[in-house]
Design a binder for this molecule. Structure first.
Ligand SMILES: [Zn+2]
Ligand SMILES: [Zn+2]
Length: 185
């Protein structure tokens, strides 16, 4: 669905929220395997302090998307920002991620995908699995896909980690068909 994918680590000026290079390596490897796309990690992290709301202690994802989309990128290349900060859009308490519909940019947050957020012991493989599902979901939006009613489909909407865990890291046959029929941009 995307030919190439560039990952960008996102955090504050004081490095708060920057995901570890190790986590990005594991996510990029999983993305390369599942998508068959050439994946690279931008060596330069992006400071998203401009999007940070001190009162909410969350970053507003929409301006981050605009900043990511403004970076030079080849046609067919998607840009995925990854952060440990909690994300929001003004109408929601939080979001796991956001993407430009039929645009190049997506952003995902590990904040609420970590077991520690729910008072549980860390589970790094589960974190990578959840991040991968969230990434696939947002990339689906960048390819013009809308939400899907099939709970197992990665394009189903999820506002809890339980729902993310129900999703498979795959598109249902109908969403897969829509992806194939979409002309490459
Ligand atoms: Zn969605
Ligand atoms: Zn679907």
């Amino acid at each position: 669905m995307v030919e190439a994918l560039t990952f960008v680590r996102l955090g504050l000026a004081n490095s708060d929220g920057l995901p570890s290079p190790d986590l990005l390596d594991r996510l990029a490897a999983e993305a390369a395997r599942l998508l068959g796309a050439s994946c690279r990690i931008d060596p330069e992290p992006l400071d998203i302090t401009f999007s940070y709301d001190e009162l909410r202690r969350q970053a507003w994802s929409t301006p981050v998307l605009a900043r990511l989309a403004a970076r030079p990128h080849a046609p067919g290349t998607a840009v995925a920002g990854v952060t440990g900060l909690d994300l929001f859009v003004p109408v929601f308490t939080f979001v796991f991620g956001e993407a430009q519909v039929a645009g190049p940019a997506a952003v995902i947050s590990a904040h609420r995908l970590r077991e520690e957020f729910y008072g549980l012991p860390p589970n790094p493989p589960l974190l990578v699995e959840r991040l991968m599902k969230e990434l696939l979901h947002e990339l689906g939006h960048t390819q013009g896909l809308r939400h899907c009613g099939d709970w197992r489909c990665v394009m189903s909407s999820a506002h809890t980690v339980e729902r993310i865990d129900v999703r498979q890291a795959a598109f249902c046959p109908e969403c897969a068909r829509l992806l194939r029929s979409r002309p490459r941009s």
